[in-house]
Design a protein around this ligand. Structure first.
Ligand code: NAI
Length: 228
């Protein structure tokens, strides 16, 4: 399917479409209109039609969308039709939590090894993995066809590790370290920051409190509407 230049905002919404459509498939729902999808996902029906039109549109007037076809197609667009080999660097609290979550593997992201620089961590068993010495990162990446690195180390040293990974051909960095990484063209960094997400929550919580205080009789739903 020919893809136009897709805006980042649309790309950011695709995983959500994929997840909700997966839930519908689990419930054996075979087709759905943009209006019904809108009620579930919360985007407007016209937004949904516009988003999906970017990829040629999968809906048919009067029929709606075929849930399975749409789920598969969005999965293909997201590149979920293959297995990605990953290494995880930094086997501390966060690294272990990620390594212990089985869902990534189910979605096609296969963590092949965990690495750490701390001699006390090296050799520890975490899930199916023995933590490896990060001195040996390059040879492992080269020998195991690694696509993605998951970075769970402090910001000091993170750029060095990334430079080493990029040198041996890693193309995607899932970055949890609180640092803006420099990478050459062709390498993609996806930053994840739970603290930023928490701060966004804090903004809305305190705004809600102020709103409720000012409008003692206002119902909760009106507050939600006021944010749109
Ligand atoms: P931690 O101290 O438990 O684990 C960090 C591990 O990285 C340690 O085992 C350490 O030996 C290892 N390490 C440090 N430098 C290394 C290097 N150059 N090469 C290989 N291994 C190295 O820390 P925690 O709590 O797991 O946090 C790890 C990082 O993730 C921190 O930068 C923290 O700020 C960040 N973080 C980010 C979150 C997010 O939402 N983005 C959420 C939680 C933590």
């Amino acid at each position: 399917m020919a893809e136009k230049n897709i805006s980042m905002a649309v790309i950011r919404r695709l995983p959500k479409y994929h997840r909700y459509l997966g839930d519908l498939l689990d419930k054996d729902v075979q087709r759905i209109s943009s209006k019904e999808l809108s009620d579930i996902i919360g985007f407007t029906a016209s937004q949904i039609r516009q988003d999906l039109n970017n990829f040629g549109g999968f809906g048919q007037q009067g029929y709606g969308y075929n849930v399975e076809a749409l789920h598969n197609e969005i999965g293909n667009i997201l590149g979920l039709n293959k297995i990605y080999n990953a290494v995880l660097i930094g086997a501390g609290n966060l690294g272990q939590a990620i390594a212990n979550y089985a869902g990534f593997r189910k979605s096609g992201f296969e963590i092949k090894a965990l690495f750490d620089a701390n001699p006390r961590m090296i050799g520890l068993k975490i899930r199916d993995f023995e933590v490896l010495d990060s001195e040996n990162l390059e040879s492992f990446v080269e020998e195991n066809n690694i696509d993605i690195a998951i970075l769970c180390i402090p910001k000091n040293g993170a750029q060095d590790v990334v430079d080493r990974l990029v040198n041996v051909g890693v193309k995607g960095i899932w970055n949890f370290a609180p640092i803006d990484l420099d990478v050459p063209k062709g390498v993609i960094v996806e930053n994840v920051n739970l603290t930023e997400s928490l701060f966004t929550l804090s903004y809305f919580v305190q705004r809600h409190l102020v709103f409720v205080k000012k409008n003692e009789n206002v119902e909760e739903n009106n507050y939600a509407a006021s944010l749109k």
